[in-house]
Design a protein around this ligand. Structure first.
Ligand code: IPD
Ligand code: CA
Ligand code: CA
Length: 258
């Protein structure tokens, strides 16, 4: 698939930019309270857009930093150049470039790349999910008491954060092995697809955060909806990703707050 090759090439270019800034240091500023950004985010997105535009001049790009074509575009690339900027800013090598290609609202291919660890997660609709060259598969946990739960919360320090903590407690009371908050929604979704945890939820994400990871989970055999169980829009949304077997149980706990 040509779009997958282009997405990989774009992610590689972004990875070069990000790795250089990670090594040499870069000034970090606050976009809004707690929401960090740096030249690495912006330059990486520009590098990605250059590769996409060279290959597909007519395609639309919706990116976090500087591309805002309409989400309804027939040929749409969803780009988060650096997902996990807070980790990046604090020197934690857990962040990724996330790129997805959607045609008429349907995700066709996805690439998520952590340039520091050299990790590659890719998915093609109908062809499965691959993590570092090997097929990825969700786990087979059938109950909350057999699994780990991952989550995250936006830069909100109010009701969204409170609801997230409430639901984390509910999962703990239901016997989950633990809660993980790693700081990159794209990599959290890859974690579900790789079977590390059976459930991941977050109450507010932008489409560029989840567009690629969502296809990765689905192609790995999992299920992704909003936290109320509705189909995911290409818009600001809550996200619930599970191994499939746990979806109904998880929705039962997240829907009250979503
Ligand atoms: C953030 C990360 C984080 C999630 C936030 C996102 P950014 O993206 O994915 O894990 O909890 O909701 O906004 O700002 O680092 O690209
Ligand atoms: Ca993000
Ligand atoms: Ca970002």
């Amino acid at each position: 698939m040509r779009t997958l090759g282009v997405a990989r090439q774009a992610a590689r270019r972004a990875g070069e930019v990000i790795s250089r800034y990670y090594r040499d240091g870069v000034e970090i500023r606050e976009k809004s309270e707690g929401n960090l950004v740096s030249a690495a985010d912006v330059e990486a997105e520009q590098a990605i857009a250059e590769v996409i535009r060279d290959a597909f001049p007519g395609h639309a790009i919706l990116g976090e930093e500087c591309h805002s074509d309409p989400a309804e575009s027939e040929h749409l690339w969803l780009v988060d150049p650096l997902d996990g900027t807070t980790n990046f800013a604090h020197g934690i090598p857990h962040f990724a470039t996330s790129i997805a290609y959607y045609e008429r609202g349907v995700p066709l291919c996805a690439v998520i790349h952590n340039p520091i660890r050299g990790d590659w997660f890719t998915a093609v609709r109908g062809e499965g999910a691959i993590a570092n060259g090997r097929p990825a598969r969700v786990n087979a946990h059938a109950g909350v008491e057999q699994t780990l739960v991952a989550s995250g919360f936006f830069y909100d320090r109010g009701p969204l954060m409170e609801s997230t903590f409430e639901v984390m407690q509910e999962f703990c009371r239901a016997g989950a092995h633990g809660i993980r908050r790693f700081g990159s929604a794209a990599l959290d979704l890859c974690g579900v697809g790789c079977g590390y945890y059976g459930i991941y939820f977050e109450f507010q994400l932008h489409p560029w955060d989840f567009a690629a990871g969502r296809l990765f989970v689905e192609e790995a055999g999992g299920q992704v909806t909003t936290t109320t169980g509705a189909p995911l829009p290409i818009a600001l949304s809550s996200v619930l990703a599970t191994n499939g077997a746990l979806h109904a149980t998880a929705t039962g706990l997240t829907r009250r707050y979503g």
